[in-house]
Ligand binder design. Structure first.
Ligand SMILES: C[S@@+](CC[C@H](N)C(=O)[O-])C[C@H]1O[C@@H](n2cnc3c(N)ncnc32)[C@H](O)[C@@H]1O
Length: 220
């Protein structure tokens, strides 16, 4: 696969992982979405182990796949696996309170932070159940300035479900990260997201919160 084909694949995969359905594909890019490109795209996204374990919203994948197929269909043959995944998404009409979104770090499809979150911005009177665009921007900045956080005790106020703090704990080698929020439901999903992204870590629950023993320390 050429560099350009790979760039198009990673860019589109990042959008699907994030549940972003508002994308545009240039006509020149569609020409590069050959049969083998499409097969690899499905294998690396909808059929990848991480998506099988933590599925993205079927509603969002349905919208995404319809749009992608509509782009490809006039230009070249659409791969059976794309149609099969669309059928699967259409057959599954369960109402989802939560879904998973996957955020690709540094354009590396093997380097992913998975978040359990809601599709709606406001749920149960809180704005904290979804990862905000601001959290993504702040995390990008943090990843560009890792040295500022190395060996530091970091306190995050109003962490929501935890994307920024988890990114920092995973990539910046802080001494400790303490994530806080005032909403009980948000705190519960925050802990689930820490469990997902640090699966084999020892944790202690107390009335003060939950502490995870990582190489460094993570509290929420
Ligand atoms: C807009 S959300 C942002 C969540 C997250 N930082 C993000 O960017 O994805 C604001 C969060 O701050 C929390 N919050 C608001 N006031 C707070 C307070 N006084 N103490 C702790 N958390 C608070 C809310 O519960 C909510 O989860």
């Amino acid at each position: 696969m050429s560099n350009l084909e790979n760039t198009i694949l990673v860019d589109l995969a990042r959008k699907l992982f994030r549940g972003c359905t508002n994308f545009h594909i240039e006509p020149d890019s569609v020409k590069l979405m050959t049969w083998s490109w499409q097969e690899l795209f499905v294998d690396l996204t909808l059929r990848s182990p991480v998506i099988k374990k933590y599925p993205i919203s079927t509603e969002l994948s349905r919208i995404f796949l319809k749009k992608l197929i509509n782009c490809i269909e006039p230009v070249q043959e659409v791969h059976d696996n794309l149609y099969a995944e669309l059928c699967r998404a259409m057959n599954n009409s369960a109402i989802e309170d939560y879904c998973y979104r996957h955020y690709v770090i540094s354009n590396d499809l093997n380097n992913i932070i998975t978040m359990k979150e809601t599709k709606n911005m406001v749920v149960n009177g809180t704005t904290g159940m979804r990862t905000w665009e601001a959290a993504l921007m702040l995390s990008d900045w943090i990843l560009c300035n890792k040295e500022l956080f190395s060996s530091k005790d970091v306190l995050e106020l109003g962490s929501g479900i935890g994307f920024t703090g988890i990114t920092l704990a995973k990539f910046c080698e802080p001494k400790s990260v303490t994530m806080t929020d005032c909403h009980e439901d948000v705190l519960q999903v925050l802990c689930e997201n820490v469990d997902i992204n640090f699966p084999s870590q020892c944790k202690n629950r107390s009335s003060d919160g939950t502490t995870y023993e990582l190489d460094n320390m993570l509290r929420c």
